[in-house]
Design a protein around this ligand. Sequence first.
Ligand SMILES: [Fe+2]
Length: 70
Amino acid sequence: MKKVGYPDLPEHIKEHEKLIAEITHYQELFNEGKTDLSEDILVFLQDWLTQHIKVTDKRYSVLFNGNNIS
Ligand SMILES: [Fe+2]
């Protein structure tokens, strides 16, 4: 992404960092026996991944294709 000059790289990194923080939180709750792999978690993951890949990641695919990077 740096190589092709993706303009929203800092925001993209923040999105991934937020995901990691959420997953870490769920993992801690799970390890402490405070939650199971509930539908809420699965829905959260599905929504995040779908939205992120279809919208955010799609934005830089244009830059990659334009620079012959795949
Ligand atoms: Fe991403």
